[in-house]
Design a protein around this ligand. Structure first.
Ligand SMILES: C[S@@+](CC[C@H](N)C(=O)[O-])C[C@H]1O[C@@H](n2cnc3c(N)ncnc32)[C@H](O)[C@@H]1O
Length: 218
């Protein structure tokens, strides 16, 4: 949230959807509790009621600061790591206007930095890839039913974007429901540093390898 944004848009939206945005100071204080993760470029963040993206925007700012510091001297490296930073950020909100604003906001954070660094050398296909990823990662859905919003609700799908051999991307799709299954059914953790068994979710779709600058051309 920028400093001038109100925390409440309307009383009706508060009543209907509990929409009260978090102020920047609290966002920073909370993210500082996991500071190291917010500065790890490919660290995954999911906010299941993301609003217009107050937390996700700050996470992206922090990750891109690291990308800029480390890779600004090589445009292709910068682009690869910026795509990695964006592609590991996920959000859900039940209100479509919030989802659209969140996607635009995250795109503009990237675009402002990218334009500032490379000016006339910026690549439109890189921007298209970022837009494409955001369209797939920031979803209009109900985080309680785990389904999309609309006339024909479908299970929420999250793509996993993994870099392969530098410039290629492997996309695998998972249902949100499937990712949460481990908590209810299998009793196994999703991650472990201790070497015990972990739950490995099954993708519902695997996509062919694609160059990271071609994602938006599909
Ligand atoms: C308290 S606001 C928080 C927004 C943002 N996380 C922040 O901290 O600024 C709650 C958000 O959850 C959304 N929301 C309410 N019910 C939801 C649901 N069942 N699934 C997904 N989003 C929901 C609202 O539209 C609203 O944007």
């Amino acid at each position: 949230m920028n400093q001038n944004q109100q925390q409440v848009v309307s009383r009706k939206r508060v009543t209907d959807h509990g929409e009260v945005f978090t102020a920047q100071r609290e966002v920073n204080a909370m993210l500082d509790l996991v500071k190291q993760e917010t500065e790890r470029i490919d660290s995954r963040f999911l906010e299941p009621a993301c609003g217009t993206g107050n937390f996700l925007a700050e996470v992206l700012e922090r990750k891109l600061q690291v990308v800029q510091t480390r890779y600004h001297n090589c445009q292709l490296e910068y682009e690869r790591y910026a795509v990695s930073a964006v592609s590991s950020i996920y959000g859900i909100d039940i209100l479509e206007d919030n989802v659209i604003e969140c996607r635009n906001r995250l795109f503009n954070i990237f675009s402002k930095q990218y334009d500032g660094l490379y000016k006339k050398a910026v690549k439109e296909n890189c921007k298209s890839s970022i837009k494409y990823i955001l369209d797939n990662n920031i979803i209009c859905g109900d985080a309680l039913t785990l389904k999309t919003v609309g006339d024909n609700p479908q299970p929420i799908i999250f793509p996993e974007w993994s870099p392969v051999n530098g410039s290629m991307i492997k996309r695998r799709d998972f249902t949100f429901h499937g990712l949460l299954e481990h908590e209810h059914i299998k009793g196994l953790p999703l991650f472990s540093d201790l070497g015990e068994d972990v739950f490995i979710p099954e993708p519902v779709k695997e996509h062919p390898l694609i160059h990271f600058l071609e994602l938006g051309a599909k």
